[in-house]
Design a protein around this ligand. Structure first.
Ligand SMILES: [Ca+2]
Length: 208
């Protein structure tokens, strides 16, 4: 169900662009970082993304393998960026709720080190389950930072960061036949025009 909701959310973002016949943001399939690489210290790399931060590590205590930070103090951050650089959009992420933990953090987006979007402030309480949170912004960023803002409780657990990787616009496959048809029509029109002009010149009563 969660994946279905993700795809629906992605489709809703793409629909206006598709209607406009320009969909550079929709060319790339969503990329998920699900921390399936098992336990280990950061940095962690998966699907072209790298996750860095102090004190965080993979953790298998809740589901398969998720990211846990045991020391996300106020001002400390976990950072996510593309390996080798480049922009991307955040579509969603999963946050593990704890009944007895109330640490808080902000999710911020940056371009060239400058903050360009605030995805919101989050707290952990409210149950014992993973909650999928959809992005509140369609902004392009080149780095995400999960910045601790205090609260009570040491553990913050995230999973399944879903990104839309931005690419340069390229001609859509459906537009190529149209472009070729247009070029062919122009060529035929030009040829007929030349032929027509030639015939007109054969008539003595009409100027060439
Ligand atoms: Ca996972």
């Amino acid at each position: 169900m969660t994946s279905v909701l993700r795809h629906l959310a992605h489709a809703s973002r793409c629909a206006p662009l598709l209607l406009g016949l320009a969909a550079p943001a929709c060319l790339a399939a969503p990329v998920t970082v699900d921390f399936g690489g098992g336990d280990g210290p950061l940095p962690y790399g998966e699907n072209g993304f790298v996750v860095q931060g102090g004190g965080a590590q993979g953790w298998a205590g809740v589901t398969d393998a998720v990211l846990q930070d045991t020391t996300l103090a106020a001002g400390e951050s976990v950072r996510i960026a593309r390996q080798g650089g480049g922009t991307f959009r955040l579509l969603s992420f999963d946050l593990y709720r704890h009944d007895n933990l109330h640490a808080t953090f902000d999710l911020l987006g940056f371009i060239d080190g400058l903050q360009v979007v605030d995805f919101g402030s989050y707290a952990l309480g409210g149950g014992e389950y993973f909650q999928t949170l959809m992005s509140s912004s369609n902004a392009l960023v080149d780095e995400l930072r999960l910045v601790g803002t205090g609260g009570r409780g040491p553990n913050v657990v995230w999973d399944n960061f879903v990104f839309d990787v931005a690419r340069q616009p390229v001609p859509e496959p459906a537009s190529l036949p149209l472009a070729l048809a247009g070029a062919a029509a122009l060529a035929i029109f030009g040829r007929r025009h030349q032929v027509g002009s030639g015939r007109a010149c054969l008539l003595p009563s009409r100027p060439c």
